[in-house]
Design a protein around this ligand. Sequence first.
Ligand code: 8YV
Length: 312
Amino acid sequence: MKPEIVITARGHAGTMATLQAEFSAHLLHEAPERNAFFKQHAPRVRGLATFGPMPVDGKLMDALPKLEIIANFGVGVDAINLDDAKKRGIIVTNTPDVLNETVADTALALIMNTVRKFPQAEQYLRAGHWASRGPYPLSIEIGGKTLGVLGLGRIGEAIAKRAIACGMKIRYHNRRRKDAPYPYDADPVALAKNSDVLLVVTPGGPETTKLVNAKVLDALGPKGYLVNIARGSVIDEPLLLRYLQEKRIAGAGLDVFVDEPRVPPEFFALDNAVLFPHVGSATVETRKAMGDLQIENLRLHFAGQPVKTRVV
Ligand code: 8YV
């Protein structure tokens, strides 16, 4: 008998196919009626495979009283209530490390595009302005500038390496200072003050909600750039929009938003923002590696072995 699991959303296609082949998988996102879905499957469901931002809270856990494991596709587990899982003795796994290099590539691209304005320059060409108005205005360069890393974890380290190769200087702030070869700032305001580009790489969730507030943006100032590849929730999004409109910071590069995939349309009109549709880890190779790790955790658990990447 294959172990029974629930899949919460339509995720990476190859991973979905393997999950459905290896387990008896019930698709919550395709259920016409949730109550009937839980009534039918809950007595036998032991695993949950989660994709994307759909909240997984105590209520959902209680609807699946036999639940033993929640295996997330992604390193960020902010959509899962970890306290609720812990209280119920439910294991939570994520997919760390396999995405570090790809997310770091995306971050470097976003830093570069935000400061050098390459997407805007390309738009200028496509709009036919090059011939009629002359060369695209000069941008500033990233070499010699300071990158402030807010959240120097494994992904932050991989980004720092790339930024150093481009001639940038690195500083950082974490809740706890770590053994790192970069200057440390005691809080996000001090880091913003000392940075030309402030890069947000913290986890999401309640502890970092609106960590980037007016004080931080004021410290970054009209010559500073903000780049976010973490979670939209870490920044006060309406405030950021206003600061960009009023040119109170120089620009922003955003891969993440508060209510994905919905992006406030006012952002589309900004010429000082570069917007990516959450593509941090979005390569064929990395998404496959993430899925393989998610599946491996489920496989190990149902074989009675310790999971590979446990969060709680
Ligand atoms: C993915 C991510 O876009 O790993 C994360 O936390 O945000 C990204 O790698 C996401 O998990 C896909 O569902």
